[in-house]
Write a protein that binds this ligand. Structure first.
Ligand SMILES: NC(=O)c1ccc[n+]([C@@H]2O[C@H](COP(=O)([O-])OP(=O)(O)OC[C@H]3O[C@@H](n4cnc5c(N)ncnc54)[C@H](OP(=O)(O)O)[C@@H]3O)[C@@H](O)[C@H]2O)c1
Length: 347
């Protein structure tokens, strides 16, 4: 296989200070050199995740903890290996198509990643598909593992048409769970049903309010607007799995004030009440589990195997060029997306 030349002037998205979409600046930079057991990926596609918007806004704690400012967002890429670090079998990697996880730096045309968090791009997968899977699917698998719901149990997935939502619906369905999904607008219902949910509810409508199902598990990254009710919707032994709070953010002006109010008045769960109610509340953030390399890699391989076996399907994917990164964030933060957004590098 021939190795493409390293891009002479790779570009990356840089955020020098937290703020609005205008903070996402495209800048040329010197391609980084891979260290021991690292590879450099000439990026063809970078996955867009809601956390990237939080990074830009300056409210993503792992970004402050691990990088600070300036920062390049991005947790996942697909592309071609064009440089190999010491300790790796170079012929094995050089020129190979890969998909990879990275804690930040993914919005770039060249990125160095740890080889143990990269794997070959499966045959027949586009690079857009390669950048569309890792974060969302691993999040969904972790959430489902925490919920530990038995086959046949009824579960509720909020924001079910989104990136993580797609995988929660697909993986849960493959595990024999009965899935209801919620969405923020009616136009997304069909996507949730197409992904395999039995029911799709538009949040806040009469149909949603009338739903009296006692759920074995509820997956809720909305925030305070739904956490309280999600808890009440649980059956005895039910589990509320919290992994985000996207409802707190997005937009400016009134939405910022409203988010601040919701944050201050968020529910606090009382351990004694949990006992009396026989319910559990669980939370996680994979950004803090990133160093569990073997587990991450095994999960990634497992997801690819499920796709290859036809047990689950890739999400609908929308690709935008890297220089439209601000538009990508705008769409994500306004709830306008279905499935996964990826940014494509210049050929
Ligand atoms: N804890 C972890 O390890 C982890 C890892 C990955 C992702 N996450 C979290 O999982 C959630 C989904 O991430 P994703 O990347 O897959 O995004 P996504 O679901 O593809 O997009 C976000 C969706 O959130 C909904 N939403 C509700 N209120 C919103 C608001 N005020 N502003 C913007 N969107 C709002 C919208 O869908 P509807 O209107 O249809 O609900 C929107 O489409 C996020 O909260 C993210 O932070 C957590």
């Amino acid at each position: 296989m021939t190795t493409p030349p390293a891009p002479s002037h790779p570009r990356r998205v840089r955020v020098h200070r937290p703020g609005g979409y205008h903070r996402l600046r495209l800048e040329a930079f010197t391609a980084p050199v891979p260290g021991p057991r690292q590879i450099r990926v000439r990026t063809a596609a970078s996955g867009v995740n809601f956390a990237d918007a939080l990074v830009r806004m300056g409210v993503y704690a792992p970004a402050r903890r691990y990088v600070g400012w300036p920062i390049t967002p991005g947790f996942e890429v697909a592309g071609t290996v064009d440089a190999v670090g010491a300790g790796l079998d170079a012929p094995d990697w050089q020129g190979r198509g890969v998909l990879a996880l990275t804690r930040f730096d993914g919005y770039a045309e060249a990125v160095v990643v740890d080889a143990d968090l990269a794997r070959p791009l499966p045959a027949g997968w586009s690079t857009a598909a390669g950048a569309a899977v890792a974060v969302n699917a691993l999040t969904a698998r972790h959430a489902l593992a925490l919920a530990d719901a038995p086959a046949g149990a009824a579960i509720l997935v909020h924001s079910a048409a989104g990136g993580v939502g797609h995988w929660l619906v697909q993986l849960a369905r493959a595990a024999g769970l009965a899935v209801t999904g919620t969405v923020g607008r009616a136009a997304k219902r069909d996507a949730v049903l197409a992904a395999g949910a039995e029911h799709a509810l538009v949040r806040g409508t009469a149909e949603d309010r009338a739903d009296t199902t006692a759920y074995r598990a509820i997956f809720d990254a909305q925030g305070p607007t739904t956490w309280r009710r999600s808890y009440r919707r649980l059956a005895p032994t039910g589990r509320l799995v919290v992994y985000g709070a996207h409802g707190l953010t997005g937009g400016g002006g009134f939405r910022v004030l409203r988010g601040g109010w919701q944050y201050l008045t968020r529910p606090r769960f009382d351990p004694l009440a949990l006992c009396a109610d026989n319910r559990g509340v669980l939370g996680f953030n994979l950004a803090y589990l990133f160093d569990r390399r073997a587990q991450m890699r095994a999960e990634l391989d497992a997801v690819v195997a499920l796709v290859e076996a036809g047990s689950v399907r890739l999400p609908p994917i929308t690709a935008l060029p890297l220089d439209q990164v601000a538009e990508a964030h705008r769409r994500l933060e306004n709830g306008a997306t279905i499935g996964k957004l990826v940014l494509t590098a210049a050929p």
